[in-house]
Design a binder for this molecule. Structure first.
Ligand SMILES: NC(=O)C1=CN([C@@H]2O[C@H](COP(=O)(O)OP(=O)(O)OC[C@H]3O[C@@H](n4cnc5c(N)ncnc54)[C@H](OP(=O)(O)O)[C@@H]3O)[C@@H](O)[C@H]2O)C=CC1
Ligand SMILES: O=C(O)[C@H](O)CS(=O)(=O)O
Length: 483
């Protein structure tokens, strides 16, 4: 199946290495399939790990030159990349929906979200200010400058094939670093299309490289290298923990955006319609395949039944189908094991006394009817493990103290949400929740201007915002004797 594009040259099926489009020496390839129908959309190289040292060498060579370019020049080139991505939104979205499955409207939204990080860091590039410090001696002058970390690497997941790349590459390039990106095998085409637009924008050869192929082996080659000074990873906590350990021998800087288990709390005094709309947005975006999705929905007993009734009506109205078809709300899951996990969470909960009140059945292929389960308790697997699918498990609660304790009873700490119109409660709960990001009366918190990241075992560091570029810079202190 070819993808119906206005500009077919955006469909790249080779690695971007040192400014050229390169296949694996052996010709080995990986199939890229459409989750909506299982068809092979394209192939990309299965680049062997022994090709990575040359990629790293090209990255180091390019980075030295890139860092000497005035910040204003780097900014202008990033701005051109932003403009080209925006101008090609429709094609990029069609490529994304074809390989990842999300509805076209969501894919277009992600392209805009991904582009916003480039726009933001094109501006930040010009504001990497240093410091002068009053010296303790008359014959000294103390200055602090911010310099690029150097050669960096990124390993990114399939659920946001564009935004998870630009949220890393934009600050890296803005700071004067180079970056080697290894996208998920399931969704490489979006990454390669972004690479093509980077070339057209004038990002020099070697500054941004995109390699496809065996994750473990390529990851090992990147983490083993002393030249690679930083790794940024988005994905599961399990893999993040492993990559962090692999980076330890060479003392790399590490940024980790890992798993979540977001509580979504609705108090009796909440705006009920706002809470239901917030739950729909947080739970079912990308078919529930986001790290910040509501994973546990706690509803205070006084509003519980009304909330379940209204949520059920909206979930029942969701249209499941091919993301390329107009009106689709929920696309296919990314792979078969995703459906197995949702089913296992439902079966475990029901076996322990919960009630399946909506959906929960397979619709053929990778399609799954969005589900709601009520009567959920802390003893059920869904309370501890991230479903990463369109399942809303609903817990009833009585007091503020009890629900905050339950919400915090997890190893994760990425995102949390709560709905209340009581000012005092808003302050208390917002401060008590042990999460990197908290939504108050909203289920959507992600943008390029705020610091995205988690605490506990949901990650290290922040992406986006004025903080995101810090992950790609080093502070250098210069002490001058002025004689
Ligand atoms: N905090 C956040 O922003 C996000 C967190 N996540 C979390 O990730 C999980 C689901 O996403 P998923 O993509 O399956 O996560 P994974 O951690 O399995 O994969 C993430 C990326 O890492 C690669 N990878 C896997 N194992 C290794 C390894 N040993 N060495 C190097 N690279 C490796 C994968 O490659 P490949 O897929 O090709 O095998 C993929 O590109 C959920 O827990 C979710 O919460 C996901 C997205 C965002
Ligand atoms: O990977 C994810 O799940 C994203 O970080 C979620 S968001 O940034 O699109 O909210």
């Amino acid at each position: 199946m070819s993808i119906d594009l206005t500009d077919p040259t955006l469909l790249k099926t080779a690695c971007l290495i040192d400014g050229s489009w390169v296949n694996a020496p052996s010709g080995a390839v990986i199939d890229v399939t459409n989750p909506a129908d299982g068809s092979v959309v394209a192939t990309v190289p299965a680049l062997p790990a022994d090709e990575i040292p040359a990629v790293i060498e090209a990255s180091a060579r390019a980075q030295r030159a890139w860092a000497t370019r005035p910040a204003k020049e780097r900014s202008a080139i990033l701005r051109r990349w932003f403009d080209l991505i925006v101008a090609n939104t429709d094609d990029l979205a069609r490529i994304m929906t074809t390989e990842q499955g999300k509805p076209l409207a969501e894919a277009k939204g992600e392209i805009g979200y991904a582009a916003s990080f480039i726009e933001w860091f094109a501006e930040e590039a010009k504001r990497l200010y240093g410091e002068t410090i009053p010296a303790p001696r008359a014959d000294q002058r103390l200055t602090v400058i911010r310099q690029p970390v150097g050669v960096t690497a990124a390993i990114t997941p399939w659920n946001f094939p564009a935004a998870m790349i630009t949220r890393k590459a934009a600050p890296a390039l803005a700071a004067g670093c180079s970056m080697i990106v290894r996208p998920a095998d399931l969704t490489p085409l979006t990454a390669l299309a972004l690479g093509e637009l980077a070339v057209r924008a004038g990002i020099p050869a070697g500054v941004l490289q995109i390699v496809t192929g065996p994750a473990r082996e390529i990851g090992k080659a990147l983490t083993d290298s002393e030249v690679v000074r930083k790794l940024s990873f988005t994905g599961s906590t399990e893999v993040g923990r492993q990559l962090m350990a692999q980076c330890a021998p060479t003392i790399k800087k590490v940024s980790l955006e890992l798993g979540g288990n977001a509580p979504f709390i609705v108090f009796d005094d909440a705006d009920l319609d706002a809470a239901v709309d917030g739950a729909m947005a947080s739970k079912y975006r990308n078919a529930g395949q986001t790290c910040v999705c509501a994973n546990r929905i706690y509803v205070q007993r006084g509003i519980h039944d009304a909330f379940v009734e209204r949520l059920t009506a909206k979930v029942r109205a969701l249209k499941v189908g091919n993301g390329l078809e107009a009106g689709t709300d929920i696309g296919p899951m990314i792979e078969p094991k995703a459906l197995d996990k949702i089913e296992s969470h439902i079966k475990d909960a029901v076996s322990k006394g919960a009630t399946l009140v909506e959906g929960g059945d397979r619709l053929g292929g990778l399609f799954f009817r969005p589900a709601i389960v009520t009567g959920v308790t802390a003893e059920m697997v869904v309370a501890r493990d991230e479903t990463f699918g369109p399942l809303a498990p609903i817990f009833a609660f009585d007091t503020e103290e009890e629900v905050v304790a339950q919400a915090n009873d997890t190893i994760f700490g990425l995102a949390a949400y709560f709905f209340t119109r009581d000012y005092g409660r808003a302050i208390r709960v917002g401060e008590a929740l042990e999460y990197g990001m908290v939504g108050h009366n909203t289920g959507l918190i992600s943008n390029e201007v705020a610091p995205f990241g988690g605490v506990k075992q949901s990650g290290l560091g922040r992406e986006g915002s004025r903080h995101g570029i810090d992950e790609y810079t080093e502070l250098k202190y210069i002490c001058s004797m002025v004689g």
